[in-house]
Design a protein around this ligand. Sequence first.
Ligand code: ACO
Length: 330
Amino acid sequence: MSLLAEIREKAAAKGKSIVLPEGLEERTLMSVKEIADQKIANPILLGGESEIKALASKIGADISGAEIVDPAKAAYFDDFVQAFYEMRKSKGVDLDKAKETMLNPLYFASMMVKMGKADGEVAGAENTTGNVLRPALQIIKTAPGISAVSGAFIMIVPNTEYGADGIFVFADCAVTPVPTAEQMADFAKASVATATDICGINDPKIGMLSFSTKGSANHDTVEKVVTATNLAKEKFPELKVDGEFQVDAAIVPSVGSSKAPGSAVAGQCNILIFPDLQSGNIGYKLVQRLAKAEAIGPILQGMDKPVNDLSRGCSVEDVVNVVAMTALRA
Ligand code: ACO
């Protein structure tokens, strides 16, 4: 069974509710039938009921398996306004601003997850990554002990002996432009949950990436990765993590043993933590295009409750898969 088929099957066993705030987005509406028929999740569409039904009928989408919630008419709208006001008044938000904000479906959806009206959220088919993330960061916030959210890609690389039979987790490829050393250490911890819960990797080994291996070069940016590695070891002693590694020292056994002798993970890493968003984003796209790897993600990690961002170029199948991954994390 493929990894995605496994993810869908495991998600179906959980029976979670996932809110889809882009209720007037066509691929989102088309995804509802498969999500509901395969019981991947109970989908909740946000928006005006008559507009959503009219669009569904126009494009031939069967949305009978979805609940529709119109934020403005929801019985708990005023409670959400009050809760948002309490959360954000120190940031200058007054009650009028809170009401206006809760009418924005992306904010309303994050509040539904925060308040337990949904188990997770998926959006981004028509909104930018930043616009999906900002409400989630403000309302749901990070999990206890995690200082920053990151975006991981599961990379399924064909015809390779590296990683966990060709499967890797790469992070951060989507969220934090210039992470601190502490944030990189947190990305390592959060990536282990993605590797074990979603990819089924049972021996996660983390490489903290740089252009230097174990002191082969000196630079402030290398020093950050050294500090991040030490912090990850101190803060999360249960992790199998080491660095700083060049990527070949992290994944190729012969290079790992020659450049980092004595390391417990060099040459065997299946989780790669990049030093910044530029290298992470470029890195996953290079592997995707040149090695013809399947890139699944970004999977947001480190959030207190699961939220995931779609690509604006997503297909209906992508929406279904991201809903499945979100339900699995819920
Ligand atoms: N982790 C946790 N919290 C965060 C993070 C983070 N990485 N970044 C910001 N926050 C919090 C802030 O502390 C702040 O909280 P507060 O308002 O309660 O104090 C809140 O989120 C908003 O922060 P801002 O700094 O005002 O938000 P900003 O406008 O900088 O947006 C964002 C943050 C959305 C993550 C931004 O950094 C961003 O757009 N990142 C890049 C996303 C992107 O374009 N990725 C590439 C495309 S995806 C792809 O190719 C797959």
